[in-house]
Design a protein around this ligand. Structure first.
Ligand code: PMP
Length: 431
């Protein structure tokens, strides 16, 4: 099986992120491509800057010019809108007053407040594990967990669409790396049968929900298969923690495999609206990570304000079912309205709503046109998704309103009409 890293776009800058084997010269060519885009006044959807407003609505600018645009924003993963919650902000301010701006050292070397400890305890409790280990970002949580756990006589088997942080952790630990076809239990079995025999420990890694709008992964089936071969399992719940499962505990809880899954990971930057990453596991496994994970030991810990924000958000999402219901109700409304207007949303059912467009040029033109109409979204195309299955990506949050959905749909219908007309002229002229 081949490596296919999880890059969010075929935009040149993201191609570069994929290109770990490329030389500096090759990478510099990509920079030239980006600058050419900018000089040709083609907007770069990844250089947007939020000037004022929330993560769902505000004045958006561009890193390369002074123009601004008021927009409804569908490109952040702040699923529960807790980044703007009054209590979350208030607790972050109190932590700033009490502890200042930064911890100044790693968690392993006294870089923790009581709130760091409370967060680890309460997160572990919510997802059904006995302990947890905090990292300063979700990215380093995955790198730290995989690389902290495994060594060169081990093997890590990852879903081919797993996030870059999982791939990087796998590369870093020196273990043998294998991939299995996306969500494919039979392919996983083939890999486990054929490629893992001389190794000590096998770790299977997958995500609870992948970020391209497909809905929940068959986690229970994959976990059962992994256990048949005595593998450890790590599930990344970045796109599911907080709004799947009882009290937002995630997909492992929802699919009833909490006990069998050895490591439950999530980021603090999405549903919890903060910054940080966390891995919950048995006490033995967490102790092992805390003493062997370089990302844990050699990196400053989550800042006091981020920690207080995440802890408050965790308590809130756990106790306030209405918050999750708001996200799901907006999600259902958006899906119904878009489908009623004739858009193909693929197989998903979650908050990442993805109208499919097989024509790549049309897709990118629609993104540009939507931005001018006050709607910020992004496009995903091959090789991130299968050829011909390109899509727009709208990430719903509990902070979006039905009015936002209505405005967005109206803008999309208009944008598509305009783009169709423009493309017809161009294509006729070049026939
Ligand atoms: N895992 C997954 C599946 C993700 O989507 C992301 C972020 N896009 C991460 C890990 C990393 O999290 P963070 O951005 O909070 O470091």
């Amino acid at each position: 099986a081949t490596f296919q890293t999880h890059i969010q776009s075929s935009h040149p800058t993201f191609q570069a992120a994929k290109a770990t084997a490329w030389s500096v010269t090759d990478k510099s060519k990509l920079v030239q491509e980006v600058m050419q885009m900018v000089n040709n006044n083609r907007r770069n959807p990844y250089s947007k800057v939020l000037k004022t407003g929330s993560a769902t609505k505000g004045i958006v600018g561009d890193a390369y010019n002074d123009e601004t645009q008021e927009a409804i924003i569908w490109t952040t993963n702040l699923y529960l809108g807790l980044n703007r919650d009054k209590k979350v902000i208030q607790e972050a301010l109190i932590a700033l007053e009490n502890h200042g701006t930064g911890m100044g050292t790693s968690a392993a070397a006294s870089g923790m407040t009581d709130q760091h400890l409370e967060f680890e305890k309460e997160f572990a409790d919510l997802v059904g594990k006995s302990s947890a280990c905090l990292f300063p970002t979700g990215y380093t949580a995955n790198v730290g967990a995989v690389a902290g756990l495994l060594g060169k006589n081990d093997v890590v088997v990852i879903d081919q669409l797993c996030h870059a942080s999982i791939v990087d952790g796998a590369r870093l630990c020196g273990a043998t790396v294998r991939t299995f076809k996306h969500n494919d239990v039979n392919d996983l079995e083939e890999v486990l049968q054929s490629e893992t025999s001389p190794y000590n420990t096998i770790l299977v890694v997958l995500e609870g929900v992948y970020s391209m709008g497909e809905g929940a992964a068959p986690v229970a089936n994959i976990v059962r298969m992994a256990k048949k071969y005595n593998a450890l399992v790590l599930v990344d719940e970045a796109h599911s923690f907080g709004f799947y499962g009882k009290n937002g505990a995630g997909i492992c809880a929802e699919q009833g495999v909490t006990e069998e899954v050895d490591f439950i990971m999530t980021t603090l930057s999405k549903a919890m609206g903060s910054l940080g990453g966390v891995v919950a596991a048995s006490k033995e496994h967490v102790d092992l990570l805390k003493s062997s994970s370089r990302a844990y030991i050699f990196q400053a810990s989550v800042s006091p304000a981020d920690m207080a924000a995440a802890l408050t958000a965790l308590r809130r999402l756990r106790s306030d079912a209405a918050l999750q219901e708001r996200l799901w109700s907006t999600t259902r409304y958006m899906r119904n309205q878009f489908e009623a207007a004739g858009y193909d949303l693929g197989t998903g059912d979650g908050p990442i709503v993805t109208p499919h467009f097989s024509d790549k040029d049309k897709l990118y033109a629609i993104v540009q046109s939507l931005y001018k109409k006050g709607v910020q979204t992004s496009a995903v195309t091959y090789p991130i998704v299968e050829p011909g299955k390109g899509r727009l990506r709208f990430i719903c949050s509990a902070a979006h309103t039905k009015e936002d959905v209505d405005k967005t749909l109206a803008a999309l219908i208009e944008a598509e009409k305009e783009v169709d007309a423009q493309l017809a002229i161009i294509r006729n002229a070049t026939k």
